[in-house]
Design a protein around this ligand. Structure first.
Ligand code: ATP
Ligand code: MG
Length: 415
């Protein structure tokens, strides 16, 4: 019987894993400097947590959730994204009682039953951040600047930041009416999904990817032209702050989140090097979601980055390489094996990556040393042991020599 991973699920192996580690390490380092703290959330939540926060009329809830009944006959769902669980956690632990803002990040797998293709998996990883308790655009600006810093830290600079505002309860209904009027006569020509969205979630028509719909909605009124004064000022202040922080961005009137919990700022980061699935990060304000979960009115904003897509961009820039050991210790004979392991342990304690030869023939050990790219080989046999010395070879430069066993540590830590 041969097994393979389920469709849309993948194994991440060395050396590609080094990109994942770079992405996660940089996220931790950059986010910590901005005062964000890690939270670890369950991978499973009650189905209702997602239905209520993401909304029933969305691709995720309608088509993509891994929902099942557990042995206690509860409906549970593998999380398709992180915001819902984070808000559930925020309210459950009364974190709104702590001084504002509360700033969190998380990293981990998400699950969506989508059609697997390039850049789209059924299990994929996100790193997400959520900040609660500040309504001012300073927080929007800071969080977008933090995302920019993080992307720069992992070596990605050629990305497009797109920005929009989708207004609030005061102005969005007016905008929706304008959009409805614009679409009214041609909606039957749109795809079946858009026809449904027309009466249930009309803003979503703006981010439909079907070519015909993109064409048909050309010239649609922009939400930015319908913002109330409050939302207009928020947006203008945000763009001015981003300029002051040297975060490059462009305006995209079609950038929407189709749910009423989402308010004001929305943003997305895309790359021209990823083909159709080009979004590497997306986020926005959700000033009304905490209340939906039974908490007090609490403004909030967050974003999530897609780790697979970032790793693909890094791989394209320069292929992954495995970290090579500094020293490879080839040994011959039981006694030399023991001495080799002792030396390896001490070198590692001194911070050097060291690989032992595991006792095959000297020739095969040295062949492996070469193959894994070790910088030095240290050779210890019976003769060397009795004279208290070892042979060293610099495998990169082709030089060699002898070193006393008791000097091995200082020899390698200096070289
Ligand atoms: P898309 O337009 O690509 O479907 P989305 O709007 O569904 O994205 P979000 O829910 O905003 O995506 O998730 C944030 C990020 O997570 C995306 O920008 C993307 O990088 C990544 N992402 C989302 N779905 C997948 C997936 N199925 N496989 C890999 N990465 C994904
Ligand atoms: Mg999607």
């Amino acid at each position: 019987m041969k097994y393979s991973a389920p469709k849309g699920f993948q194994d991440i192996l060395p050396p590609e894993i080094s990109f994942w580690q770079r992405i996660e390490d940089s996220a931790r380092a950059v986010f910590a400097k901005y005062g964000f703290h890690e939270i670890r959330l369950p991978i499973i939540e009650s189905t209702d947590v997602f239905v209520r926060s993401i909304g029933e009329i969305t691709d995720i809830v309608e088509k993509e959730m891994y929902t099942f009944r557990d042995k206690g006959d509860r409906s549970v769902t593998l999380r398709p994204e992180g915001t819902a669980g984070a808000v559930r956690c925020f309210v459950e632990h009364g974190l709104h009682n702590l001084p504002s803002p509360q700033k969190f990040y998380y990293a981990g797998p998400m699950f969506r039953y989508e059609r697997p293709q390039k850049g789209r998996f059924r299990q994929f990883y996100q790193i997400g951040v959520e900040a609660f308790g500040v309504a001012q655009p300073t927080l929007d600006a800071e969080i977008i600047a933090m995302l920019n810093d993080f992307l720069n830290a992992i070596g990605l600079t050629n990305l497009n930041f797109e920005l929009n505002s989708i207004g609030c309860d005061a102005c969005r209904p007016v905008y929706k009416e304008a959009l409805q009027l614009f679409l009214k006569d041609k909606i039957t020509e749109f795809c079946p999904d858009c026809n449904r969205r027309y009466s249930t979630n009309i803003l979503r028509i703006l981010d439909c990817k079907v070519e015909k719909c993109v064409e048909l909605r050309g010239g649609a009124p922009a939400v930015s032209g319908h913002l109330c004064e409050h939302c207009r000022i928020h947006f203008d202040e945000l763009t001015a702050l981003l300029e002051a922080l040297d975060v490059p961005f462009s305006l995209n009137a079609n950038l929407v989140r189709g749910l009423d919990y989402y308010t004001k700022t929305t943003f997305e980061v895309t790359s021209e090097h990823l083909g159709a699935q080009k979004a590497v990060a997306a986020g926005g304000r959700y000033d009304k979601l905490v209340k939906v979960f039974g908490g007090p009115d609490t403004p909030a904003i967050g974003f999530a980055v897609g780790v697979e897509r970032l790793a693909a961009l890094l791989q394209e820039a320069s292929p992954a390489e495995q970290v090579a050991p500094k020293v490879f210790i080839a040994t011959l004979g039981k006694q030399a094996d023991t001495e080799g392991l002792r030396i390896a342990k001490a070198l590692r304690n001194n911070g050097l990556c060291t690989e032992p030869g595991y006792g095959a023939s000297l020739k095969s050990q040295l062949r492996r040393a070469d193959r894994i790219g070790a910088e030095y080989a240290l050779i210890i046999g019976e003769n060397e042991l009795s004279s208290g010395t070892a042979q060293w070879k610099n495998l990169k430069q082709g030089t060699q020599g002898e070193v006393a066993l008791k000097e091995v540590q200082s020899f390698f830590t200096k070289s």
